[in-house]
Design a protein around this ligand. Structure first.
Ligand SMILES: Cc1ncc(COP(=O)(O)O)c(C=O)c1O
Length: 485
């Protein structure tokens, strides 16, 4: 906690000090619970109100946040989330309804769900949508169950049990495929970072249930051979799945359905402006062609003569969670899309792409670029040049903290050594990008001239270099020195 006072609240305790003085009650006292339920050894810090406020305010300032600093975290998209979205989601008509209320009492909420289904269908070109999944990975799982149900209905369920997944896919893809009971077969990338079409052609056969493509891939690249790829898979009788968790670079510019995808998911807590990270809640709608609509998870929202109701698709893969998805996130995404409109949606994609390419072009003399070609919403750079001088991607990331910038994602994707995955996002100004570029150049120079400075970074943070493995495995959660088992 800054240079001010690093003592825990307990250590500031002085016997008899109080934060509040409660007046003598002038109403009858309620009896205390049975004595066996009460603790008499409860240790609480005895401090003044001012000390409590100061302590927790300082503690809160140790958080790194998009509202306070620049946060170019690759893959996880820490973009600016308009505050209006939160205001809308907090309206009592949304925040105080119950998921078990009868349909006729929550027509407005159902209409929002229905309209968001339509908007996402329009944006992606995959018209049938369920916003039920609570995370991207759950959307993937739902999509893969849909693929399995489709093949089962054609009596090919047992035979088609392979998911082909490129080595540049997001890590959740193979995990979801395995959970859905599919065997994962990896498709290598070629020297340009694209799917190796030759390998794919050899691998696609009558066992192929689905080919899953993260698009743009985790190296931040669009797949230029996508039409050829979707044709290869369809010719082999398989379905094509798009991991569209991050649609920032495609919004209004390319529709997944038009590219030949049959199934997709998208993370509302990424592209559609709900904060990502921090452990949730999330929302990962699953989107499919009309042909696959009957398999969607239940419920979806239907409309007849202006009346909205929850319906269960004819051959649904089932229910994924207790109710109707993450409704608060749905309201935020709905507000965001309505606020932006079609032109605004396109501007998001264009600015996300321009910002990432600007950073890449300005830094490529200082750091290696994973693949030297135009990127989409993020650029994957590498500290392998610095590594030759003993400085790792981790050292670079830690040093950024000293300059007040959140580190980018490191060591991901796995196919790029010493990876630094930078996603500037669309809302950052040129001044912010230039400041980041200047800091990265300074760090590249420091890596040459004084590598030890980077090995011990951060120097100006509340905590300096941690033993991260121990911190993750034995976190100290109680504000004392005892590590949790
Ligand atoms: C490309 C991609 N796919 C899938 C996911 C999984 O989403 P979630 O973390 O909501 O399960 C992520 C997560 O960030 C992602 O970046």
């Amino acid at each position: 906690m800054s240079s001010v006072d690093r003592r825990l609240l307990m250590d500031r305790s002085v016997a008899g000090r109080r934060a509040v003085t409660v007046p003598e009650p002038d109403v009858p006292l309620t009896p205390l619970p049975d004595a066996s339920l009460l603790r008499d050894d409860l240790q609480l810090p005895e401090v003044t109100e001012g000390e409590v406020v100061r302590y927790f305010s300082l503690l809160s300032q140790l958080n790194f946040s998009i509202d306070t600093q620049y946060y170019p975290l690759g893959s996880c998209t820490m973009k600016y989330n308009p505050k209006l979205n939160d205001e809308m989601a907090s309206l009592p008509g949304f925040s105080e309804i119950h998921p078990l209320q009868r349909d006729h009492t929550v027509q407005g909420a159902l209409q929002i769900l229905h309209e968001l289904q339509d908007m996402l269908g329009e944006i992606t070109g995959l018209p049938s949508v369920s916003v039920d999944p609570l995370a991207g990975a759950q959307g993937e799982f739902a999509g893969l169950l849909i693929a399995r149900a489709f093949h089962e209905d054609r009596d090919e369920g047992e035979q088609r049990n392979v998911a082909l997944i490129p080595d540049s896919a997001h890590g959740t893809n193979p995990a979801s495929a395995a959970m859905a009971g599919l065997e994962v077969v990896t498709v290598p990338s070629d020297e340009h970072g694209n799917v190796s079409v030759e390998d794919l052609r050899n691998l696609a056969d009558k066992r192929t249930a689905v080919f899953m493509l993260t698009i743009p891939n985790t190296v931040g690249l669009f797949e230029p051979n996508i039409l050829e790829i979707t044709k290869i898979i369809h010719d082999a009788g398989g379905l094509v799945y798009a991991d569209g968790a991050n649609l920032n670079a495609l919004l209004g510019l390319a529709k997944l359905g038009y590219l030949g995808f049959d199934i997709a998911h998208s993370n509302l807590h990424k592209t559609f402006s709900t904060p990502h990270g921090g452990g949730g809640p999330g929302s990962g709608p699953v989107l499919v062609t009309d042909e696959l609509a009957k398999y969607l998870p239940t419920p979806v929202v239907g409309e007849v003569d202006g009346k909205f109701s929850l319906v269960s698709p004819e051959r649904t893969v089932g229910r994924l969670n207790g109710f109707q998805g993450s409704f608060g996130i749905v309201v935020r995404a709905y507000t965001y899309i309505r606020l932006m409109g079609l032109e605004g949606i396109k501007a998001i994609a264009r600015n996300a792409i321009i910002n990432a390419n600007y950073i890449q072009s300005q830094l490529k003399d200082d750091f290696d670029v994973a693949y030297d070609r135009y990127c989409m919403h993020e650029t994957v750079m590498s500290a392998r040049r610095q590594k030759a001088n003993g400085v790792s991607a981790l050292d670079v990331a830690k040093r950024l903290i000293d300059y007040g910038i959140h580190p980018p994602t490191m060591y991901f994707p796995l196919i790029v050594p010493e990876a630094l995955m930078i996603e500037p996002t669309e809302t950052e100004s040129k001044e912010t990008l230039d400041a980041f570029i200047a800091v990265m150049k300074t760090i590249a120079a420091e890596a040459q001239e004084s590598p030890e400075l980077l090995h011990s970074a951060p120097h100006h943070a509340a905590n300096t270099r941690l033993d991260e493995a121990t911190a993750a495995r034995k976190p100290i959660l109680r504000g004392s020195d005892e590590a949790a088992d």
